[in-house]
Design a protein around this ligand. Structure first.
Ligand code: FAD
Length: 343
């Protein structure tokens, strides 16, 4: 995701720079949020494969929710921080610890990661440590929950594992029962019901998370009549995230989506055949998945329709790599759209 807070050094400082600014999100008076900006313990419940290099992790709040006012609340589009003790970080060339042996799925991934190709790779930045009064005990990274179960005190995150990544080296050691520490919430996106008539969102890969949670919460609000369009870009069919979830959201009158695949992977493509039915044969009835890149002309066409209702009534949401969001922004600027938010 492109908007990493430039002030966060990722060290999991006790006096975290992120906590200087209070959250803009308010809670109903009868609700207490478990996420109160201090690290809380969550147990890893399960890890399931979601796509190439992406796994869905479920975490459960360890002190069972005793106070019935307590809830896990992460406003749509916002994220949490996961921290791990540096001293406990798993080194891939070291003998795996027990918990890692317990998770053959992540162990298998570690040996066979899908090598990134063509897509922009995360750039390494070294930031000065914020809290210099303490040693660098922790490593921390932001992740965006996509689902909650209040009754069981769980949340789900989609995590793309990065070969060689520091937090990835910790995540691959997790298995059911592993203890983790999370705090939140962070993020400044605020949604007001019916503020816009249309929202058109463009996302790429795992960056679908904040947009999905935003669109989902708008659709869950029966009083919100905003018309939503999602354009999600992935490398290939195996890389498509939340495929079943998007298909079920399509049942809402005010939601439409399209998925664009940047690579054709069938034998016809390898043989240079320009068009074939291989993808269509793998899709479900009426599934809007296209084996072509999202082109500028198509972005313009998608935005023209809601623009007919007037510029102020349209909000564009973006989430993806720097090059992806810049590509979409060039059309947004060309059409002089004022309301554009990049997660
Ligand atoms: C607001 C926000 C929300 C996010 N939400 C999610 C989410 O929901 N899901 C998700 O999967 N991610 C999310 N991310 C990204 C996530 O926080 C991490 O950046 C990601 O998981 C990689 O962390 P890491 O420690 O494993 O990799 P890092 O150690 O940070 O490395 C990142 C990449 O750089 C490469 N690298 C490492 N060292 C070097 C080096 N010396 N030279 C060159 N390359 C190197 C690694 O191989 C890796 O590919 C979010 C980011 C932000 C800013």
């Amino acid at each position: 995701m492109s908007q990493e807070d430039p002030t966060c050094c990722g060290s999991g400082c006790t006096n975290c720079v992120l906590d200087v600014k209070p959250s803009k999100h308010t809670l109903p008076p009868d609700v207490v949020n478990v996420f109160d900006r201090t690290y809380k313990q969550f147990r890893c419940e399960c890890v399931t494969p979601a796509a190439d290099n992406v796994f869905r992790f479920r975490f459960c709040y360890v002190p069972a929710i005793g106070d019935e006012r307590e809830q896990l609340i992460v406003p749509p589009g916002c994220h949490l921080m996961l921290r791990a003790l540096r001293s406990a970080l798993h080194q891939p060339d070291r003998k795996p610890d027990r918990s890692a042996e317990d998770n053959p799925l992540l162990r298998w991934w570690e040996a066979n990661p899908v090598q990134p190709g063509g897509e922009e790779h995360a750039k390494q930045k070294t930031l000065e440590k914020h809290d210099k009064s303490e040693d660098d005990l922790y490593l921390s990274r932001p992740y965006t929950p996509i689902a909650f179960d209040q009754e069981h005190g769980t949340f789900d995150v989609l995590i793309k594992l990065e070969p060689g990544g520091q937090m990835t080296n910790h995540l691959v050691t997790l298995s059911a029962g592993s203890r983790t520490e999370w705090k939140g919430v962070y993020g400044d996106f605020l949604w007001t019901r019916n503020r816009y008539r249309h929202v058109v969102a463009f996302v790429q890969g795992v960056a679908i998370a904040p947009v999905y949670s935003t669109l989902r919460s708008i659709l869950d609000d029966e009083g919100d009549e905003t018309r939503l369009t999602l354009c999600a870009c992935f490398r290939n069919l195996a890389g498509v995230l939340l495929r079943d979830e998007l298909r079920s959201l399509a049942g809402y009158w005010n939601f439409a989506y399209a998925i664009y695949l940047s690579r054709r992977t069938c034998a016809c493509a390898a043989a240079g055949v320009e068009r074939c039915n291989c993808l269509a044969a793998r899709l479900r009835y009426n599934e809007p998945i296209h084996d072509r890149r999202l082109a500028a002309a198509e972005i313009e066409r998608l935005l023209q329709r809601p623009l007919a209702d007037g510029k102020p009534s349209l909000l564009v949401l973006l989430c993806g790599t720097e090059s992806f969001t810049s590509f979409i922004k060039s059309t947004v600027e060309k059409l002089e759209i004022e309301n554009c938010y990049t997660f």
